[in-house]
Design a binder for this molecule. Structure first.
Ligand code: SF4
Length: 244
């Protein structure tokens, strides 16, 4: 059994390129490794790289029940192309009902705390349930997405639900240009919203296209009018700094 906290192992993983790292994860952990994706462009690349080495591998997504129709279409396109079922983790019915009964469907407009509450119910809590099923969590985080993510490591150990798991970000050092190039060269499915000005796709109201010259993630929760550095839903906050 591999010791995921072993420094030499972590150093080795941090020195691997994206495809090697993805291959290592599924070869060593099988179904205890999974790609967690909200079908950003990074998710497209990571899934395609995994498919080059494995017929079967796990992919999960958090379905907030508020995704764009284009995102649901992307999920279908991936299932058809690669022949797997994306595991969907949806909000807990009771938590969702309680939230909507108290504050309505559109509480995220009210203030930052209510946006975070909505993200907790629709994203963070379902993601935690997904993470209970893995020892290795493969994400699409990249260093150039925001100042908050600038130190993201390719491999780090994080605590989730009182348990240590290995969190991987194989594309940590990739930029958007390389990602788009990979998708084009390998003819990989992707969310068409990325051809319509989006740099980051999330829920239907809370993510919007970028205006010319805006930094990545500026399109998220636009009404808060704040620096993009802390525009996080909470899925990646508790641990190593920096959903796709
Ligand atoms: S992105 Fe918006 S709708 Fe989606 S979970 Fe967060 S606050 Fe709620």
């Amino acid at each position: 059994m591999l010791d995921i906290e072993d420094k030499a192992l972590l150093d080795e993983l941090n020195g691997m390129d994206a495809e090697e790292l993805i291959k290592w994860a599924f070869a060593n952990f099988g179904d205890r490794a999974a790609i967690g994706t909200s079908f950003q462009l990074t998710g497209s690349v990571i899934i395609d790289m995994a498919s080059r080495h494995f017929k079967r591998f796990r992919v999960f997504t958090v379905d907030t029940l508020r995704l764009h129709p284009e995102t649901y279409e992307t999920i279908r396109a991936f299932e058809e192309r690669y022949g797997f079922r994306v595991e969907r983790f949806v909000p807990d019915e009771r938590l969702l009902k309680d939230m909507v009964d108290r504050f309505g469907e559109y509480l995220f407009f009210m203030d930052k705390a209510k946006q975070e509450y909505c993200c907790y119910v629709r994203k963070v809590e379902p993601n935690r349930r997904a993470l209970e099923t893995v020892d290795v969590w493969i994400t699409g985080l990249r260093r150039d997405q925001s100042g908050y993510r600038k130190d993201v490591k390719k491999a780090s150990v994080v605590e989730e639900g009182g348990r240590k798991i290995l969190k991987l970000a194989p594309l940590a050092d990739w930029d958007m240009e390389s990602i788009r190039r990979y998708i084009k060269e390998h003819n990989v499915p992707y969310n068409v919203l990325f051809d319509k000005g989006y740099d980051s796709v999330g829920c239907i109201i809370c993510s919007t296209p970028l205006l010319k010259g805006e930094p990545p993630r500026s399109g998220r929760w636009r009404w808060f009018n704040r620096s993009d550095d802390k525009k996080e839903c909470g899925i990646h906050i508790s641990n190593e700094g920096g959903s796709e």
